[in-house]
Design a protein around this ligand. Structure first.
Ligand code: FAD
Length: 476
């Protein structure tokens, strides 16, 4: 009888403990991927992640094919569909790598119980995170709410294991199991095909992840600490979508950074710390299952948000009149990714300048980011909004002009994504409304025509935001 191996957010063959365990049994393996949009609380992937998923599944199918294995594709609730597959294939064992999002945890626990009721062995393995979120506890026994002590505790108590090798032999199952055709899932856009920029930017799949890591070790890794905030540079790893889809594990990254990477200690530590933020976000999600929908700090429930559909649309389209915000939002739309510094700036702008609920921004990112992640996305939105567990204080309001001048000093980022401002001299680039009429004329910039007037005035918006925050504080 075969082993049923379920792939989910672990679309890789290397460092895949469930796959290794399946290989070790020596039994034939039925490999399956279940697209679950039905289980209670399951959050369907947004458009950009669907595009990625399509290509990542295609890559995994190819990789498994080299071992003679087929990837069976099914759609439906995890427990019901996996159970049906176990029945059909007469599997004696079902293996998978653990998920940590609330709906995934519930669905997997349900599946495990049902399999055991039928006398089928079920086992899950770790791999998505360096730490198991329920293990790390503060001195008083509760979850961590602040990053630095969390990270210190993780570094003290977790010693990342070496990544597991890709099994040399996998035994395919002789009997065919019916599955869907990937093309029939319609994960990639056709009319209109908005994925050109994504295709040009990314190579989904395990091989693509390995190339990104190698490129980082050879290039951007050195100088990471100094360059990671410069928006125009490829100064970060761009591993986030690969990590989100489990095409690479933090254990593989950790090992690659260890000894001999040639990257200076300060840069290594800064980079590891970012991996630590990912861990922390999952820790927060595990202990705050409603992270994507509810303020962690419930005082923020009283925040007087100014819902404004028109302003939201301008923000989404990159038409706010603030060049750095517009560049970032267009980078997101074109490539499915946005630089971290830019994410903080646009999130702050939406929440504080426009007074729009962070949930609107979180939802837009969920739909448009190839790395949209159930933990990092809401945790970071709440961090910027000030409503999170360990949040940036609300009164720290990014000035989009200063942020642009500091982190895009030559204006390359703005010019790349907002080409209508290309000819403006550097000194006016981040605030075209302040450029003399003549300079704008020469550059072919006509405010309100070729490029928008600023949607809000920075100073007035800041005052408004602080007043709104005061009302939360008074109510709290
Ligand atoms: P690098 O600088 O190379 O960092 C390496 C890895 O560390 C990243 O791949 C990522 O896994 C992790 N990391 C880095 N910064 C953070 C962070 N602040 N929080 C959590 N993990 C981090 N990241 C996501 O992966 N998915 C999201 O949906 C997401 N949404 C965000 C929303 C907002 C409003 C903000 C401010 C940040 C968000 N981030 C999210 C975090 C961060 O912006 C991205 O992880 C990072 O930009 C990815 O680029 P990189 O891989 O080149 O990062």
């Amino acid at each position: 009888r075969p082993v049923l191996l379920l792939f989910r957010h672990d679309l890789r063959l290397s460092d895949n403990l469930a796959l290794c365990a399946a290989a070790e049994t020596g039994r034939p393996i039925v490999a399956a991927f279940i697209l679950d949009e039905e289980s209670e609380g399951a959050r369907p992937p947004g458009g950009a992640r669907r595009w990625w998923l399509h290509h990542s599944l295609a890559a995994l199918t190819k990789d498994l094919g080299k071992h003679g294995l087929k990837l069976v594709l099914r759609r439906g609730s995890m427990a019901r569909t996996a159970l049906a597959l176990a029945d059909e294939t007469r599997a004696c064992t079902v293996y998978w790598n653990r998920r940590y999002d609330p709906a995934g945890i519930t669905a997997d626990a349900d599946l495990k119980a049902r399999l055991r009721d039928r006398g089928i062995e079920a086992q899950s393995f770790a791999g998505h995170l360096l730490h198991e979120p329920w293990r790390l506890k503060t001195g008083s026994g509760g979850p961590y709410r602040v990053f630095t002590p969390f990270w210190r505790a993780l570094l003290d108590s977790v010693h990342p294991r070496p990544p597991a090798d890709r099994p040399e032999t996998l035994t395919p199952c002789r009997e065919a199991t019916a599955g869907d055709r990937l093309e029939d899932w319609n994960l990639v856009p056709t009319k209109p095909d908005w994925a050109t920029g994504l295709r040009e930017t990314w190579e989904p799949g395990e091989a693509g992840a390995r190339k990104r890591l190698a490129a980082f070790l050879d290039g951007a890794g050195a100088g990471y600490k100094a360059r990671r905030d410069l928006m125009a540079e490829a100064g970060t790893s761009a591993l986030s979508p690969h990590l989100a889809h489990g095409e690479i594990t933090p254990f593989q990254i950790w090992q690659a950074l260890e000894g001999g990477s040639g990257i200076a200690d300060g840069d290594l530590q800064a980079f590891r710390r970012e991996i630590g933020w990912r861990e922390f976000c999952w820790h927060l999600l595990f202990h705050n299952p409603k992270l994507a929908t509810e303020n962690v700090n419930r005082d923020f429930d009283a925040f007087p948000w100014r819902g404004n559909d028109t302003a939201l649309r301008h923000w989404q389209r990159g038409e706010t009149g603030y060049p750095v915000v517009d560049a970032a939002m267009r980078q997101l739309w074109q490539t499915g990714w946005m630089h971290n510094r830019a994410r903080m700036v646009v999130a702050s702008f939406l929440v504080k300048h426009l007074g729009i609920h962070w949930r609107e921004g979180e939802a837009w990112f969920w739909d448009t980011l190839v790395d949209a992640d159930p933990a990092s996305n809401p945790a970071n939105w709440q961090w910027v909004a000030g409503s999170g567990a360990d949040a940036a204080p609300f009164f720290r309001i990014f000035n989009p002009v200063l942020q642009g001048q500091k982190f895009d000093p030559e204006g390359d980022y703005v010019r790349r994504y907002v080409p209508e401002l290309d000819a403006l001299p550097d000194k006016h680039l981040h605030q075209p409304w302040k450029a003399p009429e003549e300079a704008r004329g020469k550059a072919g910039v006509k405010l309100g025509d070729t490029y928008p007037h600023p949607l809000v005035d920075h100073r007035a918006a800041r005052e408004h935001a602080l007043d709104a925050y005061q009302s939360v504080k008074n109510a709290g």
